[in-house]
Write a protein that binds this ligand. Structure first.
Ligand SMILES: Nc1ncnc2c1ncn2[C@@H]1O[C@H](COP(=O)(O)OP(=O)(O)OP(=O)(O)O)[C@@H](O)[C@H]1O
Ligand SMILES: [Mg+2]
Length: 482
């Protein structure tokens, strides 16, 4: 790997240098060829293993933990920072540079009471979901590898430590701006420095002046809205949308108790610690805006308030536009101007998800099946899946009216398969792979990873990965302890 060290060199005072503690008996648990190629790597090697485990120095790496703060469950924590993640620098790849971070590399000055470690189950989950989301077409940080060890760590019980090698275009979070706005009060210079760095590195289309700042913020608002629209369309619940887990680039970031919905329940809460349902699935769009409001407030010393408020107004329409575009693809609706069909299309989408919910059907499979029907036929066999058959018939009538004539049904169905994935990372599948890893068998993890890299394809002999969870795996709720 070849590194540049722009953050490290240009933003002194925004991080602490720290050496990883190392892992005993490190071994590869997973490797993503696809992610590796982003930083010019192909196959795993012993020296990379020892390097990523933190046992050997990686040439050109700088080793630092960034400082940030953030709103956690609505309350401001003045100082967070990378408490268990060490960034090596920006690795140069064929299509640009990627931060390489070792998540779980040991304590840093920001660890507070934590041990700086990640347990194997959470490292594996982060690996799988990063790559799964990417292949589903959702912007996300990537995962290059997971390294396991025999090092004991304590959570509710004894587990083993592991490290996820995370790649991100940037690790700058909303919380970075909050930290330099509030926690280092009066440091307008540093806030500006961070803003200029973000723009220069990641938004070269904008200038570092007041006009550029506001154009940039408007972009952040729409990028965030579009990301959350994709989550809602694909049925992804993040679980911990604190502002320190919001990437400034509008990418999915920090995977803890996340879940892909199986049985559709619009207010599903995947995080065991989220007792009020703040981060329930159907709250995500509103929380995205709330988080942007916190970011706007943090930026108020450097951007005019009126401009910030104007920019926030872009959020809802951008989210609805992106959501309808995605859902329109899932339904196969012919394109029409949003002003004409926006409201009724939203009703159509809501009608179908309500039917799914009422009949306790699987979100992903429900959509996949819908895309396999013959919309030219008045009779729809899918109706038998629903308890409310009459409700379905009404919905189907409205759907067909909006669809209009479909001449080439086979092509129509093929296109639907590109919008309605067959394979998602169901929590129970991740759990089965993790249990196998605990028992020393990596095959189920590799097999699952393989399937998730082609989520829209029919894959021979892989139908069981598309099955609804067995009883023990239904609505699995994860804890934050990871
Ligand atoms: N085991 C741990 N030891 C030390 N600090 C931790 C540990 N787990 C979490 N933290 C810190 O607590 C804060 C909130 O944790 P959160 O789960 O959002 O982040 P994370 O998963 O550790 O990392 P990231 O956001 O980089 O993906 C962060 O500052 C994080 O570094
Ligand atoms: Mg985090």
């Amino acid at each position: 790997m070849r590194f540049k060290q722009d953050f490290f060199e240009q933003l002194t005072g925004f991080y602490s240098q720290v050496a990883p503690l190392g892992l005993s008996n490190p071994h590869w648990l997973a490797w993503s060829h696809d992610a590796a190629s982003l930083v010019g790597l192909s196959t795993p090697s012993e020296s990379l293993l020892q390097g990523f485990a933190g046992n050997q120095q990686i040439e050109g790496a700088a080793y630092y933990a960034q400082v940030y703060s953030g709103h956690q469950f609505g309350g401001y924590t003045p100082r967070l920072g990378d408490g268990r993640s060490i960034i090596l620098g920006e690795a140069l790849g064929p299509q640009g540079a990627w931060d390489v971070a070792l998540k779980g590399a040991g304590p840093t000055p920001y660890s507070r009471q934590g041990d700086g470690r990640a347990v194997m189950r959470s490292a594996v989950r982060e690996f799988l979901v990063s790559e799964a989301l990417h292949h589903l077409g959702v912007p996300t940080t990537r995962a290059l590898a997971v390294i396991g060890s025999d090092m004991p760590v304590w959570r509710e019980s004894q587990e083993t430590a592991a490290t996820t090698v995370r790649l991100a275009r940037s690790h700058i979070r909303f919380g970075h701006f909050e930290y330099f706005s509030y926690s280092e009060q009066g440091s307008k210079t540093k806030l500006k420095q961070l803003l200029d760095f973000t723009i220069t590195q990641h938004y070269p289309q904008f200038s570092c002046d007041s006009g550029g700042y506001i154009a940039w913020f408007r972009q952040v608002v729409t990028d965030t809205a579009e990301l959350i629209a994709l989550w809602q369309a694909i049925g992804f619940a993040h679980g911990v949308m604190n502002t320190d887990n919001m990437s400034i680039l509008g990418e999915s970031f920090d995977f803890g108790p996340f879940a892909f919905l199986d049985t559709f329940k619009e207010d599903f809460v995947c995080n065991h610690s989220d007792t009020t349902g703040r981060y329930a699935f159907n709250q995500q769009p509103g929380i995205g805006l709330w988080n942007l409001q916190q970011l706007a407030q943090a930026l108020a010393p450097v951007i005019e308030s009126d401009d910030l408020i104007d920019a926030l107004e872009l959020y809802q329409p951008a989210l609805v536009r992106a959501y309808l575009e995605k859902m329109g693809d899932k339904l196969g609706l012919p394109e029409r101007p949003l002003e004409q069909v926006g409201a009724s299309d939203l009703q159509l989408v809501g009608g179908f998800t309500q039917l799914l919910e009422k009949s306790q059907l699987d979100y992903t499979n429900g959509w996949r099946k819908l895309g396999a029907l013959d919309p030219s036929s008045e009779h729809c066999s899918l109706r038998n899946d629903f308890i409310d058959v009459v409700g379905f018939d009404h919905w189907y009538q409205a759907y067909r009216a909006r669809l209009g004539p479909v001449e080439d049904v086979e092509s129509w169905q093929k296109l639907r398969d590109l919008a309605n994935p067959k394979y998602i990372l169901r929590n129970y599948l991740a759990q089965e792979a993790i249990v196998a890893v605990e028992e020393g068998d990596l095959q189920p993890l590799q097999d699952l990873f393989q399937v998730l890299q082609k989520p829209f394809d029919e894959q021979v002999d892989k139908n069981h990965y598309a099955k609804r969870p067995p009883k023990w795996g239904q609505g699995l709720i994860m804890s934050c302890s990871s």
